[in-house]
Ligand binder design. Structure first.
Ligand code: HPA
Ligand code: ZN
Length: 334
């Protein structure tokens, strides 16, 4: 199975670039920027990656991201992730970035976007990987702050495919961002959002009805509401599920109890993703491997998940079909 997963052509649809910041690279970048971090060694930093909930993780994630200063830093971070994609047969990726994490500490929007997008262009040339960028708003900040970010993004609109909504979910419902999502859609950005990770099914309803999202990040708590499940199926929307993230943040501490297979049986379209691989113990293939073992998934299940990853990506239908025929070919031979 490990080999089948390793070579399976796939797309990653839920990935925060700041969450790919491995301790080794974090130390290297902090040193070259002469920034001190409150850990002496890579091992000590890795040991701090123990979380009881989403907020625990976010505190350390934002602290790590503050080492990023220059366009080259954002380039190095992104290119390191794309190299890992290449070795895992990730053929396409949709990368979230959190501009406010950087602009709020004085880094220019263009520094962030130019570093990330240049790495994406280079990876496409070198490895043939396609990618899109998703600009994610931080939901613990005000709507006004998000409008500022939207404004800053306009000169770089051609580099951004979609908007997302991440950070602390509880107490920050989608309704808080209805107007900024409306304005973002007017600019041509596709609306996406985290919903139902720690927040209730009600937040998933709001993300659907008020933010008009096209895909749900996580969505675990949608299962608490049968009507909502029906609605998600009716609207043909996918869930970007992140097993190792769910385990690390205690959304689902025991993977043998993870609802992924139940979601599939209900008719929901699921994909498997790494979310923040540097913090949650594994890249996308490790997520496939661990959930396969925990739930005894078959090759047919894994094929379906990989197929969903292309089908529910934001790619145009020609490119989707090319990837899917590559996948079909692989599945037939293996
Ligand atoms: N949830 C919410 N916000 C985030 C996450 C997540 O899993 N990862 C990075 N920011
Ligand atoms: Zn996420």
């Amino acid at each position: 199975m490990e080999k089948f997963i390793q070579n399976l052509p796939k797309a990653e649809l839920h990935l925060h670039i700041e969450g790919t910041f491995e301790p080794e690279l974090l130390f290297e970048i902090a040193q070259r920027n002469k920034i001190s971090i409150p850990y002496k060694t890579v091992e000590e930093l890795r040991k701090a990656y123990q979380f009881d909930c989403l907020q625990d993780f976010l505190d350390i994630y934002y602290q790590g991201a503050s080492a990023l200063q220059t366009e080259q830093d954002f380039y190095d971070l992104t290119f390191a992730y794309l190299q890992k994609c290449h070795t895992q047969n990730v053929r396409h990726t949709e990368i979230m970035f959190d501009p406010q994490t950087h602009t709020d500490r004085g880094i220019a929007f263009e520094t962030v976007i130019n570093g990330i997008s240049r790495a994406c262009e280079d990876a496409q040339k070198q490895f043939g990987i396609t990618s899109f960028l998703i600009m994610s708003y931080l939901r613990h900040l005000s709507e006004e702050d998000c409008f500022k970010t939207l404004e800053q993004s306009i000169p770089f609109k051609h580099k951004i495919k979609a908007v997302g909504l991440d950070s602390s979910e509880k107490g920050n419902p989608p309704s808080k961002f209805q107007r900024v999502f409306e304005a973002s859609a007017k600019e041509g950005y596709i609306p996406l959002a985290h919903a139902g990770e720690e927040g209730p099914a009600e937040y998933v309803w709001e993300a659907l009805d008020l933010l008009k999202i096209k895909r749900i990040d996580h969505g675990n708590n949608a299962l608490q509401d049968a009507e909502l499940v029906k609605e998600i199926i009716k609207r043909d929307m996918a869930l970007t599920v992140c097993p190792l993230s769910n385990k690390a943040l205690k959304v689902q501490p025991d993977l043998t109890q993870h609802p992924l297979k139940k979601m599939m049986n209900l008719g929901l379209k699921v994909t498997v993703n790494s979310d923040d691989p540097a913090y949650f113990g594994g890249q996308v293939n490790k997520n496939y491997e661990e959930i396969q073992k925990a739930l005894q998934l078959t090759k047919a299940d894994l094929y379906q998940i990989a197929r969903n990853s292309f089908e529910y990506s934001l790619l145009d239908s020609d490119t989707k079909n090319q990837y899917i025929s590559e996948l079909d070919q692989y599945y037939k031979m293996n």
